[in-house]
Write a protein that binds this ligand. Structure first.
Ligand code: ACO
Length: 333
């Protein structure tokens, strides 16, 4: 059986920086509230009219990852694209990246698992490589949140949290079983689907309904913040332990923990629980906000660029989010 190894990483975020003070001009909020509750100082939001989308940002991140991997676009066998903010209702973003990068007619799959999207996407890619079906897979997480937020005092509990951006990884076949992705662990609990949700547009909630009633909030994200927070800290902890135990490892073996950047308070809670030092946890939510499916791959890319991950390190990725879904990936770098 083969192992899959990450051989290239890249990320792309829009230039437009939106600070907490900028938001306070658009809604009744302030820097102190946002930083105290979430740790976020600023985020990137696509400038209206720039033409940037989840697909275009994903393609830009992918280009960097492919270049750094030493492969060419023609060496890629498959695309897995995770997003909750696709350019179109259908088709998905994967096929658009295939076109934007002028790739051969390889398969392209979209993953719709929100904050856990990149973990699910990595897991899918890992299985394709382990079975020998594909050799090199492009895995993307990308989100264009800002176009779909309620940027007003009414939506402030949610809109201050989310940012736009993309990241990409090249997962490649390896015959060294001691390195690469050791295991992935996925979970869901659909009974909580409506605790963090955008209900429309969907077949059940079609656009004309919105047009007749612009105050229909089902077209904006709804989040039961306290409930999400409480579940997140429990599930993060469980799924990290599940991953470590599956490999006969313990918290003491962990070199780098890269959590989904949901909220700095959630990451800090998990850090305290496992008694991890600051240099064992990588956070960048302060700069980018919560970029959902893109957050782990942007953070992983930055941690690698900053040389915080060394050869042989045990790297743990974990996420929790809408669905609810959660998961972890255990990697020997
Ligand atoms: N600025 C100022 N005041 C605000 C804002 C804002 N942006 N948003 C809400 N408030 C007000 C509320 O209206 C409320 O006012 P009231 O007491 O007069 O009614 C008050 O602040 C407290 O609101 P809460 O929603 O209770 O605030 P809370 O302390 O729970 O913090 C938060 C909200 C940060 C969302 C918190 O619940 C949380 O961290 N939840 C975890 C969920 C999370 O992080 N999700 C990230 C996305 S999901 C994911 O990635 C898993």
């Amino acid at each position: 059986m083969y192992t899959s190894k990450i051989i290239g990483l890249g990320h792309f975020v829009p230039d437009n920086i939106v600070t907490n003070d900028d938001l306070s001009k658009l809604m009744d909020t302030n820097d102190e509230w946002i930083q105290e509750r979430t740790g976020i100082k600023e985020r990137r939001w696509i400038k209206e009219g720039s033409g940037e989308t989840s697909s275009s940002m994903g393609a830009k991140a992918a280009k960097i990852a492919i270049e750094r991997s030493g492969l060419t676009k023609d060496d890629i066998d498959f695309i897995v694209f995770a997003t909750l903010s696709p350019d179109m209702y259908f088709p998905g973003c994967g096929v658009q990246v295939q076109d934007l990068l002028d790739m051969p007619t390889i398969g392209a799959l979209d993953v719709r698992n929100q904050c856990s999207g990149f973990i699910y996407a990595l897991s899918v890619a890992d299985q394709f490589i382990k079975t020998g079906m594909y050799k090199n897979i492009l895995v993307i997480g990308s989100e264009y949140h800002s176009g779909g937020l309620d940027i007003s005092t009414r939506g402030r509990g949610v809109s201050v949290i989310f940012g736009d951006g993309a990241g990409a990884a090249i997962l490649s076949r390896s015959e060294d079983a001691t390195k690469g992705i050791l295991s992935t662990h996925l979970h869901s609990e659909g009974k909580h689907a409506r605790e963090l949700v955008v209900e429309g547009p969907s077949i059940a909630r079609w656009v004309p309904e919105y047009k007749n009633n612009p105050d229909d909030l089902s077209y904006y994200p709804y989040m039961n913040g306290t409930f999400v927070f409480k579940n997140a800290v429990v599930r993060f902890s469980e799924v990290i332990m599940e991953g470590l135990q599956a490999n006969n490892l313990g918290v003491e073996d962990l070199d780098m923990f890269i959590p989904h950047q949901a909220n700095l308070r959630i990451s800090q809670f998990v850090q305290r629980k496992f008694k991890l030092r600051d240099d064992q946890v990588f956070n960048n939510i302060q700069k980018y906000g919560n970029t959902t499916a893109a957050s782990i791959i942007i953070a992983l890319t930055e941690a690698w660029e900053q040389k915080k991950i060394k050869d042989g390190d045990l790297v743990v990725l974990a996420a929790f989010g809408s669905g609810f879904t959660w998961g972890s990936v255990i990697i020997r770098w």
